[in-house]
Design a protein around this ligand. Structure first.
Ligand SMILES: Cc1cc2nc3c(=O)[nH]c(=O)nc-3n(C[C@H](O)[C@H](O)[C@H](O)COP(=O)(O)O)c2cc1C
Length: 376
């Protein structure tokens, strides 16, 4: 065994991260909209799906790689865009980008990443996808799209489920703001987590690296409520690469996106961070797949915590799957080692789940992999 494994499950990563991170940072990552119901329901709905076992099928030679646009990542899952990753650990962005390069898996680089989009594409060896939040005044957004183009990105993720930032009580209670505003409450929190605080001081306070100087400022709380289907059409006209629209759970919205000619839809409820009473994203995936047919590319994120969940998302119609918090907690828990551990364990779980299902290839996972009456 190459590493002394300390993370054997998502729960391990979360528990260790919770010990290491200031309460404010842990609650920023772990938190969700409202009472956290949507976040919880995403996970519970996935858990309730039963996988159909098949025995004696000779499953010695198993493949877990799937095609993705013009590439073939070595793993069937990627890293969802997350803002300010370096709050987890000062080198988190770089470590995530290296992981993406190592396995040739996509990493979503957030508009509010803590390393510049140019650097992230370089570090990920061209596997990075740029994630765009529209700004209130659209010029800033178009500038970012052009920067992504110039930096050599071939895929743009447009996140559309944040017309306003969701109300997340666990962030509000700590006075969480980006950039940080440090008052007495935060000082006590940081003093109680000296290991995190010292490393942040030594390696530089996390910043929103795509902004500042000539690139202007980013106001996280700014309303993006003015965005319309015309805005999307303009982005489509401006971007000749792959366009992924992220944050979709509606069938009618998906049909319209398909007719506009987006390259993929990322079915996602933002990990429950936006709408407390959102439809469980995994059920939305099944309904959207059914409505749009087999050819539309559908990606999935929200609530994936292990390899069985990944297989379930493929069974419900995904062409690729992304995870957010599991990567964030793994890097907070144990840096590069933590990331290798969570990645290896997810890959291993996907592979042994295939064996249990009597399958040799993840590309053969269909709706039939689920026990029918377990799906509501
Ligand atoms: C700390 C954190 C920051 C996030 N920041 C962004 C972001 O900047 N842009 C975006 O499109 N989604 C963002 N998301 C949502 C993720 O891309 C993804 O939809 C979600 O984390 C998936 O759910 P999971 O965490 O249960 O895997 C963020 C999620 C977390 C946990």
């Amino acid at each position: 065994m190459l590493f002394n494994r300390t993370i054997h499950s998502f729960k391990d990563a979360r528990r260790i991260a919770k010990q290491r991170l200031p309460w404010m940072v842990f609650d920023y990552i772990d938190g969700a909209a409202g009472s956290g119901y949507s976040e919880q329901l995403n996970r519970e709905t996935l858990q309730k799906l039963w996988l159909k076992q098949q025995i004696l099928k000779n499953v010695q030679k198993r493949n877990i790689a799937v095609p993705l646009f013009m590439t073939r990542p070595k793993l069937p899952f990627g890293i969802a865009p997350m803002g300010m990753c370096n709050l987890s650990s000062p080198k988190a962005d770089r470590l995530l980008a290296s992981l993406s390069a190592q396995f040739e898996i996509p990493i979503g680089v957030s508009t509010v990443a803590s390393t510049s989009l140019e650097k992230m594409n370089e570090l990920s060896n061209g596997n990075a996808w740029f994630q765009l939040y529209l700004s209130g005044r659209m010029e800033g957004s178009y500038r970012l799209v052009n920067r992504a183009k110039e930096a050599g990105y071939d895929t743009l993720i447009l996140t559309v489920d944040v017309p306003e930032v969701g109300r997340r009580p666990r962030e509000l209670k700590h006075g969480f703001k980006m950039p940080f505003q440090i008052g007495a409450r935060q000082l006590i929190d940081f003093a109680c987590h000296p290991q995190w605080s010292i490393s942040q001081i030594l390696l530089g306070k996390p910043k929103m690296a795509n902004f500042g100087g000539e690139h202007g400022v980013f106001d996280r709380t700014e309303s993006r409520a003015a965005a319309t289907w015309d805005t999307l059409a303009k982005i489509r006209d401006n971007w000749t690469g792959n366009l992924v629209v992220k944050g979709v759970v509606g069938v009618e919205d998906s049909k319209r996106l398909q007719s506009i000619g987006v390259d993929a839809i990322q079915v996602s409820s933002h990990g429950g961070r936006q709408l407390n009473s959102s439809k469980p994203a995994i059920l939305a995936l099944r309904d959207i797949r059914e409505a749009l047919g087999p050819d539309m590319k559908l990606f999935y994120d929200s609530g994936i915590r292990n390899g069985e969940d990944i297989i379930k998302a493929y069974a419900m119609g995904a062409n690729f799957v992304f995870l957010g918090r599991p990567f964030s907690f793994a890097v907070a828990a144990n840096g590069a080692v933590g990331l290798q551990e969570i990645t290896n364990l997810l890959a291993e779980e996907v592979s042994i789940t295939l064996a249990q299902l009597g399958l040799n290839d993840i590309n053969d996972v269909t709706y039939d992999a689920l026990v029918k009456n377990s799906v509501v």
